[in-house]
Write a protein that binds this ligand. Structure first.
Ligand code: NAD
Ligand code: TDX
Length: 331
């Protein structure tokens, strides 16, 4: 199997590549990654001798076509992913998320290659805090942010290429991931590394917003299952019954790190901040027999704190610039 992984130097992609090398040492894995601020060669250092890393842009049609022609399957992670960055400057999100996905689709269409497109639950918009409903495959798309609108556009392109051109593609929409190698701009690593660098954690608004947390290894495990056994044309929702409000996550994390649970700052809320995301993953459970393994969120959080404690050389060089950007935005 020759596998092309776009965005494989980012958080989820790098963990996916590690798992590919562990589980399938016989696969030939190529990573295509632009190594933007969010991508890092170091994230692939543990497997650098077992893979090929091509530094390049997913919107480069010639390059993508050549790499796809040499592959049996493509897993497409590459994207601009941070909602706050999208609010500040949406243009790169349009380019990478929409044109990048179009470029991948044209290449897999030309060369008849299987595609798995990695998307997010944010395409469905927000759920009410007081309504137990969860997202399913038939929930209408209703994106709120420039980020989620571009991911929704990309998903629509994939669906259209399946229907119009018979492209063999699956889509997964996953909830919020946590785990090692996540950029320090994101909620959980930002707060852990704030504590580790003597800064106070920052909570947007009231902290009542709910996210449905899943360990990155569980997400990637589900992506493997879909790649191997999913039905082309189908969308699968990936989640691990991990709903928690932001205030609870932050207080848990502070306690685990030996701090007073109220030792944080409240900062201005994110514009258009979605209240709640929640995934009903039952069709993945029922049809593909998948189930998450990291079901104890506190244990996963403790291990993630340990990872950031032990890997300051990975995140340390990024931290000051990220916090300077947040400070400019008053957050
Ligand atoms: P990330 O920001 O950590 O990594 C993105 C990677 O894509 C980086 O390595 C970056 O260099 C690369 N990239 C960006 N623009 C590129 C371009 N033009 N050409 C080539 N490479 C480019 O993101 P992540 O959190 O690992 O997310 C990966 C995918 O999973 C994304 O598609 C995202 O929408 C989706 N997703 C993420 C989450 C989450 O909680 N993080 C949840 C559900 C879905
Ligand atoms: O400092 C912070 N304080 C805070 O309260 C940050 C960075 C975030 N937050 C809040 C905003 C969200 O309610 O925490 C929650 C999680 O924030 P993010 O880590 O920015 O994630 P989110 O916006 O939920 O999106 C994430 O999950 C879905 C990923 O970044 C997306 O790429 C993915 O599609």
């Amino acid at each position: 199997m020759r596998l092309l992984v776009t965005g494989g130097a980012g958080f989820i992609g790098a963990n996916f590549v590690h798992s590919a090398v562990r589980a399938h040492p016989e696969y030939a894995v190529t990573v295509l990654d632009a190594l933007t601020y969010a991508g890092s060669r170091e994230s692939l250092a543990p497997v650098e001798d077992q893979i090929r890393l091509v530094q390049g842009d997913v919107t480069d049609a010639g390059l993508v076509s050549r790499l796809v022609a040499d592959s049996d399957a493509v897993v497409h992670f590459a994207a601009e992913t941070h909602v706050d960055n999208a609010l500040a400057d949406p243009e790169p999100f349009l380019r990478t998320n929409v044109i990048g996905t179009f470029t991948v689709l044209e290449a897999v269409r030309r060369h008849g290659v299987r595609l798995h497109h990695v998307s997010t639950d944010e395409v469905y918009g927000e759920l009410a805090l007081d309504n137990p409903a969860r997202f399913t495959e038939s929930t209408p798309y209703n994106p709120s942010s420039p980020y989620s609108a571009t991911k929704a556009a990309a998903d629509m392109l994939v669906r259209a290429w399946v229907r119009s051109y018979g492209v063999r593609a699956t889509i997964s929409n996953c909830s919020n991931n946590y785990g090692p190698y996540q950029h320090v701009e994101k909620f959980i690593p930002r707060q852990i590394t704030n504590v580790l660098t003597g800064r106070r954690p920052k909570l947007y608004g009231s902290g009542a917003n709910i996210r449905d947390w899943i360990h990155v290894d569980d997400h990637n495990d589900a992506v493997w299952r879909i790649l191997e056994s999913g039905q082309p044309g189908r969308t699968y929702l990936i989640g691990a019954d991990g709903e928690r409000d932001n205030l609870t996550v932050l207080r848990t994390l502070l306690k685990m790190m030996g701090h007073d649970p109220d030792d944080f700052d409240r900062v201005p809320d994110r514009a258009g901040h979605d209240l709640r995301y929640a995934i009903d993953p039952s069709s993945l459970y029922d049809e593909l027999g998948w189930a998450p393994k990291h079901t104890d969120f506190d244990e996963g959080l403790r291990a993630t704190i340990e990872w950031y404690r032990n890997n300051e050389s990975w995140w340390g060089p990024l931290k000051d610039a990220v916090e300077a950007r947040y400070e400019q935005r008053g957050q």
